[in-house]
Design a protein around this ligand. Sequence first.
Ligand SMILES: [Zn+2]
Ligand SMILES: [Zn+2]
Length: 372
Amino acid sequence: MNDYYEILGVPRTATQEEIKRAYRKLARKLHPDVAGPEAEEQFKEVGRAYEVLSNPEKRQMYDLGGESALGGNGGTGAGFGFSDIFETFFGAATGATRGPAPRGRRGQDALIRLEIDLRDAVFGVEEEIQVETAVLCGTCNGTCTRPGTSVQTCAVCGGRGSVQRVARSFLGNVMTTSPCSACGGHGTTIPDPCPECSGQGRVRTRRSIPVSVPAGVDTGNRIKLTGSGEVGPGGGPPGDLYVELRVRPHPVFARRGDDLYARVEVPMTAAALGTVLHLDTFDGPQEIDIAPGTQPEEVITLPGLGVGRLNGHGRGDLKVEVDVEVPTALDDRQRELLAELAALRGEEHAEPRLAPAANGVFSRLRDKFAGR
Ligand SMILES: [Zn+2]
Ligand SMILES: [Zn+2]
């Protein structure tokens, strides 16, 4: 937190004259025309500190409740605007009955992304994620006060959190109720803030959170971890943490829904004669029967070896598509054998045989697309 006294380099007992002198000295040194743009932030901070400490009323409020007593940004504090007057005429009652505002507010939700392997989406996985987050201050346990001290009832509003004022306006004299600026509307002040968290009730830290990723998740799915978000200001209850998943593409297996797809290449002779292939799957090596006469793009289904279903009931299938390789480089002996085979099959002068449309390439593409 910004300590205005520290910023100006003066003791808390400094007189107005000492504060003014300290400010002038710093402002001359830090002015952007002198110190360059790097010092601009510091220059502004010094200006804010002086704005508050040079005004006896604001300084008193600041001494009682720190920066938050001034409305968060060290701004105009006790001022009231048109909305107060407006509220007085059109809904003043609600303002008057409002109690003190609790110091602790709910923390923000957070979103973190997590990449997992396809295998983890198939079976589910226990992961550990690292998050940069606000946690309850261990020194004050979220009470914001230095251990052994406690909050004090606000002397300005008597603990109500709001103050009533008679204000002169263009509408005449009106009674306004506004949040007490001495205590920020909380009804209490912290004379001795916790040194660990500067009276915020929370500290930033890096922590690891276990995440249980269920089988069947896919890219874009979010897992909600209730209460694992940031602890709120003033040690308020934590928000929720959302873990958004991305499943890394796999070099062998593609996924469609709960089914996995793989493509194997089989030599022309093996497709004709039949063979047994060995394929490493997520469930270990599997034997795949290539029946004699297997055709290009034929799909062999291994039931239950796909992705686990998100609802916990069973798994999809593993579908293996067969790609038939036609040899491109033949030596003399191989050509001779193939020619002999062609002769035996009466295929020396192949004529086009038109397949029925239903078995044609278009329907095969359609079947593939439908995952059959
Ligand atoms: Zn603390
Ligand atoms: Zn107050």
